[in-house]
Design a protein around this ligand. Structure first.
Ligand code: ADP
Ligand code: MG
Length: 699
């Protein structure tokens, strides 16, 4: 198993001088032979197949055709001329077109001589045409040796400018394979390769760079994708396992007074099946002796708060304190009020701590926390400050996870000698496959059922030209006593324009609704002014709330039953879904109206159609993932998933599941990978961990 040659610095490869080495390092992150081996093509030109003209499809794929030119002519167009050649085979006719270099081409083209042409086709005026085809006389073509599938490598502007073309990369790759021939050891165990009928590593990497056939290329891709995903899953599962072994958790054995009393006498409603199941999962974790790190996913309105409360009761019943952290002041206050209301008949002591808590109140909280008089502390990230010391924190709940980072989770850990149990709640449904990769180190619970009696929100798409009808509808709803949100987009790049839109919108609504009270909230307002306006809306003093997306997270006004989203085409799917989640919280039928102009991109259309078709957050998340890719969805912080070298987390979903399944199976049988048959896995795992080759994104 000599892997060393693969660690040779790239400078040593024949054909790579200091300049190229520098560029390869800087532009492509290629430092070693190994890195170059793992620099995979992102597509292939398929030259295995010759098409007949009558087989061409209108999909502008790159195709290869054999035929002859029968006629060449110049065609006048708006600016200048184009050169057009009629090209035929025994099934039909197409056109070849040039816009540049016409003189040279005209002089050199041979009439009635067989050519192999290659390029993209367009469908135009009832004929296929190929602009600027690659051409070669059949006679010449036959003389050359070539691989059928031509790999195309990712490139950058700088590389292209410096002459590191695809051909150069190809040559380097050839040189590389000459030097390292036969030096590959297999990186997956015999058991896996034979069960999944995977081709050997050496064959796979060779065929990725020099495909010998379509079939071998497909096998090579499968093998390498599987391997990449397998080791990521292995890593995540091992991390999770070690965490459970190493990090002891407080054992909450008791189900005591608080929990039972609340459950029997004060539950305001029957829990849904999903809520019960999730509470059971959490109870099991809390009693297991290992520290809990659980992610609770549940669509907006699915009832996560009560789950958090019941979990906190378990901590209290075992003599510990609990805290709940939320991302904004408004949300925190709502949580506080909600929980105080739920606990009004119990003698649970609940306190609120936010950025605007006064010094005196703070001092009191600090003191009572340390002497154990506070049972539950609810707060913003003010909770994380070092001055905030608990007597005995046993459980920390974090609401709306995507607003907090991993670092903040870690700071909560340090709030006790032994880290408290952690429950992270998110309303941004993450498709399972993605969750597996991003949060493989967290256990996941899902509330996949809404409380009974909810009327699904009716969502419609309306064009700006129908605004008057929409206004009339709003008037009707307000007459019935409902409240209405009108939301405007706000993006940094066009901030000024957006504020103008918002203010214009506000003015036109004020004109249209002279008798209604209107609140306005946007990011440029001072926070007390914002809170004041919010508050008026929450208390029902205003009927219409005009806002930017600041209201996206968590706000709960059950009487608000209409959500108008302006310029809806500019919002992402998950954001639209979050916004819509602000309504549909009361007993009334709720509506979401997506307003747009007539001009819409295909993606925008898909987003709007998805929103009107479903209320299911998970379904929406899947579509979102397909439209945007994982990086965008999770924000830059976690975009490391994009560092996958060959697998695609969306398209290779099935392979991901397969990889996870095998990683789990193997670890179950052999947690330390010490069986002889798994030796190669342990070796490769250690190598990868050492060189951080494929998962340097995992913290
Ligand atoms: P989210 O998951 O968005 O945080 P909440 O916990 O705020 O949802 O719950 C949304 C609303 O549903 C609240 O008004 C809550 O009281 C109510 N609710 C929660 N669970 C149930 C249930 N099992 N039956 C009826 N209503 C419920
Ligand atoms: Mg909530």
């Amino acid at each position: 198993m000599n892997a060393n040659i693969l660690q040779t610095p790239i400078d040593y490869l024949k054909g790579v001088g200091p300049n190229r080495a520098d560029l390869l390092r800087k532009e492509l992150g290629i430092h070693t032979y190994q890195d170059l081996v793992n620099f995979f093509p992102n597509r292939y030109l398929d030259k295995t197949r010759f098409y007949k003209i009558n087989e061409l499809q209108r999909n502008s794929a790159e195709v290869q055709v054999v035929g002859k030119i029968t006629h060449i002519r110049s065609v006048e167009q708006k600016r200048g001329k184009r050169l057009v050649a009629d090209f035929i085979d025994d099934t039909g006719k197409m056109e070849l077109v040039w816009f540049r270099g016409q003189k040279w081409i005209r002089e050199n083209l041979k009439i009635n001589t067989p050519y192999v042409i290659f390029g993209k086709t367009n469908w135009f005026n009832g004929l296929f045409s190929m602009p600027h085809p690659e051409m070669e006389l059949v006679e010449e073509y036959k003389k050359q040796l070539r691989t059928a599938m031509q790999p195309i490598y990712p490139s950058t502007e700088k590389l292209a400018k410096s002459g590191i073309t695809n051909r150069v990369i190809n040559k380097l790759m050839q040189q590389l394979f000459i030097e390292i021939k036969g030096k590959f050891y297999d990186t997956l165990s015999e058991e896996i390769t034979s069960e999944l009928k995977l081709i050997p590593k050496a064959e796979a990497v060779f065929n990725i760079h020099f495909p010998q056939s379509q079939e071998l290329l497909a096998k090579a891709q499968f093998r390498l994708k599987f391997e990449e995903l397998f080791y990521i899953q292995l890593q995540l599962l091992i991390k999770n396992m070690l965490q459970k072994q190493k990090i002891k958790g407080f054992v909450f054995e008791e189900i005591g007074q608080n929990f039972s009393e609340f459950y029997s006498n004060h539950l305001p409603f029957e829990l849904t099946g999903a809520q019960k199941r999730v509470i059971k999962e959490i109870r099991a974790d809390l009693g297991s002796g290992a520290q809990m790190n659980r992610l609770l996913q549940g669509d907006v309105g699915s009832g996560k708060t009560i789950v958090a409360l019941m979990s906190m009761f378990i901590a209290l019943d075992n003599g510990f304190q609990a805290c709940l952290m939320a991302p904004t002041e408004i949300l925190t206050i709502q949580h506080y009020n909600g929980l105080v209301e739920l606990c009004k008949d119990l003698d649970t002591s609940i306190y609120l701590l936010t950025g605007s808590s006064k010094t005196k109140a703070r001092r009191e909280i600090h003191e009572k926390l340390e002497n154990g008089e506070i049972d539950i502390l609810i707060g913003t990230h003010a909770l994380l400050e070092d001055k905030v010391k608990f007597k005995n924190l046993g459980l920390a709940v974090i609401d709306e996870q995507h607003r907090f980072g991993v670092a903040q989770r870690a700071r909560l850990w340090r709030k006790n000698q032994m880290p408290p149990h952690i429950l992270v709640m998110t309303a941004t449904p993450i498709p399972r496959t993605l969750a597996m990769s991003l949060y493989g180190d967290l256990d996941i619970s899902v509330i996949d059922e809404l409380p009974p009696g909810r009327k699904p929100i009716k969502t419609v798409h309306r064009y700006d030209s129908n605004r008057l009808k929409v206004f009339a509808f709003i008037k009707d709803e307000i007459k019935k006593g409902r409240q209405v949100y009108v939301v405007y987009p706000l993006i940094q790049e066009s901030e000024k324009m957006d504020y103008k839109d918002l203010m214009d919108g506000y003015e036109s609504i004020a004109r249209e609704f002279p008798n209604e009270q209107i609140s306005i909230v946007h990011g440029q307002m001072k926070s007390d002014a914002k809170d004041y306006e919010m508050d008026r809306f929450v208390r029902g003093e205003t009927q219409i709330m005009v806002a930017t997306t600041v209201i996206e997270v968590g706000v709960n006004v059950p009487n608000a039953s209409v959500m108008i989203i302006e310029s809806a085409e500019r919002f992402g799917l998950s954001q639209l879904h979050q916004l819509r989640g602000r309504v549909g919280r009361g007993a009334e039928q709720s509506f979401c109206i997506l307003m747009t102009g007539h001009k819409l991109s295909n993606d925008s259309k898909t987003r709007l159609e998805t929103m009107t078709a479903t209320n299911d957050g998970f379904e929406i998340a899947e579509v979102d993932l397909k439209l945007r890719g994982p990086g965008d969805i999770m924000g830059t912080q976690q975009s490391g998933v994009l560092n996958l070298k060959i697998a695609d987390i969306v398209k290779d979903n099935e392979i991901l599941k397969l990889a996870r399944h095998h990683a789990m199976r193997i670890l179950k049988e052999d947690p330390s990978l010490s069986l002889e048959k798994n030796k190669v896995l342990r070796f490769t795992y250690a190598q990868l961990a050492k060189h951080k080759n494929i998962w340097n994104y995992i913290s």
